[in-house]
Design a binder for this molecule. Structure first.
Ligand SMILES: Nc1ncnc2c1ncn2[C@@H]1O[C@H](COP(=O)(O)OP(=O)(O)OP(=O)(O)O)[C@@H](O)[C@H]1O
Length: 267
């Protein structure tokens, strides 16, 4: 699996947000974290990759151009979990998954085609995923009755259930407690490797990014400011420039990279 982003320009109406972005080719089995301050363009890039915004430039999946293709075409290959999971949906968690599975466009993902799945087969697959996510106990709960963190887990299940090739997650851990943050990141990592997924996620927690991402892309004011392996990219100088903080980057006793922001810089 390979996703190539070249000269990508995205915006809203006449306002350009991301300008001529080039990113090193993203390969299957790896997690890429999009980092950067508020308003840098992370969600915009993710929405652009999902095909939700008009775009100029090129996004190729395994050599196949995605820009200009229909949303339906992209949805066969790409799953996107937005930052905010819609509220007020009265369906149960299980119903949304079974509905998504049975409505899957033909050829979705690398797994067994979903179209033609019997209701029982779809239910079995959805339940197995919920068990793997540790939320099988929420299967029969209405989405409108979930807590913020539970709704985020249900959103993740919706993104995963159709077995995509590209997994786009916008702040998948922002509403989760410490245990679920780690559990979700470990699971995303395991699924990324198992299914050779190209996984791209937005995250604000730099330590979480450093621990689980193979590659980080740091955005600033709509530009790719830096990218590479977390340990090579997340330097105090870069953090000062991009985030405007004085920060230390250290390893904890287990060897994980920690980013300790000490103070905002003046100006
Ligand atoms: N729907 C929209 N319509 C118009 N402008 C938008 C829209 N969504 C975002 N923007 C603008 O695009 C710019 C980038 O926003 P984006 O949401 O991509 O940033 P981000 O890096 O994800 O930020 P955050 O960390 O705060 O979520 C911002 O200036 C924002 O105001």
């Amino acid at each position: 699996m390979k996703l190539e982003i070249e000269g990508l320009t995205l915006g809203y109406g006449r306002r350009t947000i991301l300008k001529d972005a080039h990113v090193e080719p993203l390969t299957g089995g790896h997690i890429t974290a999009l980092l950067g301050p508020n308003g840098a363009g992370k969600s915009t890039l993710l929405r652009g990759l999902a095909g939700l915004l008009p775009a100029r430039g090129s996004v190729r999946l395994n050599g196949q151009e995605m820009v200009g293709r229909s949303l339906e075409h992209r949805a066969r290959h790409i799953a996107y979990m937005p930052q905010t999971i819609p509220q007020g949906v009265a369906l149960t968690v299980l119903e949304t998954l079974v509905g998504a599975l049975r409505a899957s466009p033909p050829g979705m993902g690398s797994g067994v085609p979903s179209v033609g799945l019997t209701a029982k087969a779809a239910t079995d697959r959805a339940v197995a995923l919920l068990e793997r996510l540790g939320i099988a106990h929420l299967a029969l709960t209405g989405l409108d009755r979930l807590s913020g963190g539970q709704r985020q887990m249900a959103g993740l299940a919706q993104a995963l259930v159709r077995q995509p090739e590209v997994l786009l997650l916008d702040e998948p851990t922002s509403a989760l407690d410490l245990r679920y943050q780690l559990a979700v990141m470990q699971l995303v990592q395991a699924l990324t490797v198992e299914h050779d997924l190209v996984t791209v996620l937005v995250v604000h927690d730099l330590a979480l990014a450093a621990r689980f991402a193979d590659h980080v892309v740091v955005l600033s004011e709509g530009h790719v400011r830096a990218e590479g392996a977390p340990e090579a990219t997340l330097t105090p100088d870069l953090l000062a420039e991009v985030y405007g903080v004085s920060a230390r980057v250290e390893r904890c006793s287990l060897g994980h990279l920690q980013v300790l922001a000490d103070t905002p810089l003046a100006g």
